[in-house]
Design a protein around this ligand. Sequence first.
Ligand code: AHR
Length: 322
Amino acid sequence: MAVFGGLLAVSALAGCGGSDGGAEGGGGDDGQIVLGFSQVGAESGWRTANTESIKASAAAAGIKLQFSDAQGKQENQISDIRGFITQKVDVIAFSPVVTSGWDAVLKEAKDAGIPVILTDRAVDSQDTSLYQSFIGSDFKVEGTKAGEWLVKEYEGKTGDVNIVELQGTTGSAPAIDRQTGFADAIKANPNLKIVKSQTGDFKRADGKTVMETFLQSVPKIDVLYAHNDDMGLGAIEAIKAAGKKPGQDIKIITVDAVKDGMTALAAGEINFIVECSPLLGDQLMETVKAVKDGKPVEKRILTKEGTFTQEEAKAALPTRKY
Ligand code: AHR
């Protein structure tokens, strides 16, 4: 496929939310594969680690990366993808901020003959021929693991357990699936009740402000389930400011297992973390190369991940990569 870039295409991308890697132009005659990647934004420690993984893996694989930061906006991602189509990149990859509303732009990429790979988050398009592969975690399983831990924690105990939930970005695959997986799992113990559930947009600052409102409106909070570490860490600040002890007065479960979260877990301020690996770069670059070579690729590439207790976090922290 012909590859070119140049200033026209680059400025189209720059206008739709922080693009880099494009200023040098989009490939040229050097035979390098050009990958256009539209990232969700920089909302969390997980996202920063994911961006670093993608950039490092592209450099190591000799793939020319046109990286664009959509600043959390779907409209920016749609413009990014249109910009990549105009540039005639070889492959487009993106991590969709929300699940819905992608069919039209994915069809444009398909009509232009540019393969698309989804990373991290899914789309709800019924026509799965619109993308080649989806690489990432099973967010529902993550929610289930969080719920199962809680069920075990309260096994044999009596009395209502009031749970507050900090959801991720509304309409995003991880927020939808982590909520469903958790809600299904805690049905095993009818004492476990979600009394408040609100979005904190996967951000630390929002986690803090939403937790402040939870603390004001719910007289007895036993458990916080946060869809990511960052919101959990923001909530910990609010819990401390309210004179309570995170991890003791309120049990805390989060998802991700980034270094800051693991540090709080090892310190006893979080009780359990479900891992979600941001290190998707190598799998993405392998898939990009295969797709470019016309080789078959798996439609769904699942990331391997575990869970961490406080003791496990202490052991894992010294060698934690992100
Ligand atoms: O899509 C993955 C989620 O997005 C991570 O769990 C969260 O931290 C990030 O913002």
